[in-house]
Design a protein around this ligand. Structure first.
Ligand code: AMP
Length: 287
């Protein structure tokens, strides 16, 4: 059965989502203008390029079986779709922010009757309701950070990643309302009809997401420090140890290492007298 998959056609999540699918093994035949549909070479997939915001609705209504989009958009839409995978890119936060000049640094200080500009009206409503604040929400479709400067709002609820846009606009983050990243979504109906196909795609994509935070490390290690070296190299099932031809004082050790631990591990291996250390990217890890 053909699996219909939606990815963002433009914007921040588009390139990485497409790259993820390609690395997962889908031979997406993209045209330069990224038309609505792309065929997938020799596979029973149909890829549709849609706006990130629309993908939640199209998954929900069954137009596509699986979608890649931002969790923030899923939460805002409040439709009955299931998140099947965190994709570990597109990290951002939905925050309440106020002009620095307002002196507001906590939500308790927000006066009732304040006007809040946002493109996330549902999440903003729920947030202020939880905080027992009576505010007026004004919906805008983007560039919320300018709203207080042009006098159409007192504060904003908007997405930030580094926070530099807020700082440039002399706005201060008051509180984080929600955290987001790119996610893969589907529905119970799609699972009922195409459960096997969806599970296969989840496994393939997960293997790429998992591999992205790992590196493959190879090193020649003196035999007399092998036990210490093993302690540094967890691997998936522990490190692989191999003989080196014509050497009885050194062995070759291969291991999978967390990206964040590569620096420290290499330094520690060097201290043990390891030589010829190679660090390589991994395309996929299927446990
Ligand atoms: P687009 O509007 O198509 O560029 O996509 C916006 C999506 O990218 C949002 O819904 C978020 O999921 C994600 N995103 C990640 N970082 C940010 C950010 N700093 N600002 C806005 N959106 C972000």
């Amino acid at each position: 059965m053909t699996l219909r998959v939606a990815v963002p056609n433009k914007g921040r999540l588009s390139e990485e989502a497409i790259d993820l699918l390609k690395k997962a093994g889908l031979g997406i035949e993209e045209t330069a203008d990224r038309k609505l549909y792309a065929a997938v070479k020799n596979m029973d997939f149909e890829v549709m390029f849609l706006r990130a915001k629309d993908i939640v609705r199209f998954v929900h209504s069954g137009v596509v079986d699986v979608g890649f989009t931002g969790l923030d958009l899923v939460m805002e839409a409040a439709l009955d779709v299931d998140k099947v995978l965190d994709l570990d890119f597109g990290h951002c936060r939905l925050v309440l922010a106020a002009p620095e000049s307002s002196g507001i640094s906590s939500v308790e200080q927000v006066p009732n009757g304040s006007v809040i500009a946002t493109s996330f009206p549902n999440m903003a409503w729920q947030y202020f309701a939880r905080k027992d604040k009576m505010v007026e929400i004004t919906q805008i479709s983007g560039a919320a950070e300018v709203a207080p400067h042009i006098g159409v709002a007192d504060m904003i609820v908007d997405l930030v990643s580094s926070g530099s846009t807020l700082r440039t606009n002399r706005m201060r983050e008051v509180e984080t309302i929600a955290r987001s990243q790119a996610v893969m979504i589907t529905t119970a109906d799609a699972r009922k009809n195409k459960g096997v196909e969806i599970e296969e795609l989840v496994t393939a994509v997960q293997s790429v997401v998992f591999a992205r935070c790992k590196k493959y490390l190879m090193a020649d290690v003196p035999v007399n420090v092998l036990e210490e070296a093993k302690g540094l190299l967890p691997g998936i099932e522990g490190p692989t140890v191999m003989d080196i031809i014509d050497r009885d004082d050194m062995v070759a050790v291969h291991s999978v290492v967390d990206k964040d631990r590569v620096y420290d591990t290499v330094a520690a291996l060097k201290r043990l007298g390891a030589k010829g250390i190679l660090i390589m990217p991994i395309d996929r890890i299927v446990p």
